[in-house]
Design a protein around this ligand. Structure first.
Ligand code: HEC
Length: 149
């Protein structure tokens, strides 16, 4: 019985480590794709300001016309990297799909954000966003520079 408990504890620990490695691994892979695709002509620091998702889409189109090359997977990773790190979002006008990755909330929570705004009017402060169930106050605080009202 004791042995079984130990085994379960060890298994849970291993699963946890594997999951966290996967999460950071994916992020690192996206960063690597961003550096490979966007760092071949100029330093990637050229892309360090915050832009909206549609502005980044336009920027990527301009860079492709200028000669930026990569596989579809690499460009998908670049878009993901930009969405998660360098994209800002207007919580009073963006769609749920645009809000979710920037605020690191689920699609369902992002839909609740849109619903609240439609029913009660525009958000004015970050505190009003924190009231919505599913919104993590700490994560939101860390992303506050990326939230536009
Ligand atoms: C083939 C070369 C090349 C590659 C690859 C490239 N760029 Fe550029 N990029 C340029 C050139 C040339 C300029 C300067 C053009 C100008 O005056 O805007 C530039 C300028 C920029 C600027 C500043 C101008 C602006 O739009 O505000 C940003 C941001 C930028 N690149 C982002 C990216 C991103 C993101 C990627 C990866 C998807 C990328 N670049 C890949 C050639 C490239």
């Amino acid at each position: 019985m004791r042995k079984a408990r130990w085994l379960i504890a060890v298994l849970i620990l291993c699963a946890g480590v594997a999951l966290s490695q996967k999460a950071s691994g994916d992020d690192a892979a996206d960063r690597a794709a961003f550096e490979a695709v966007c760092g071949s002509c100029h330093p990637v620091s050229m892309a360090s300001d915050l832009r909206s998702e549609s502005e980044w889409k336009e920027t990527i189109e301009v860079m492709v016309k200028a000669g930026a090359k990569g596989t579809d997977e690499q460009f998908e990773a670049v878009r993901r990297y930009l969405r998660q790190n360098l994209t800002n979002v207007n919580v009073n006008t963006a769609t749920a799909a645009e809000i979710a990755p920037v605020l690191a909330v689920s699609e369902a929570t992002a839909r609740d954000i849109v619903k609240r705004r439609t029913e009660k009017g525009n958000f004015r402060t970050i505190d009003e966003l924190k009231q919505i169930p599913g919104v993590d106050a700490v994560k939101l605080e860390a992303r506050k520079d990326r939230i536009v009202f």
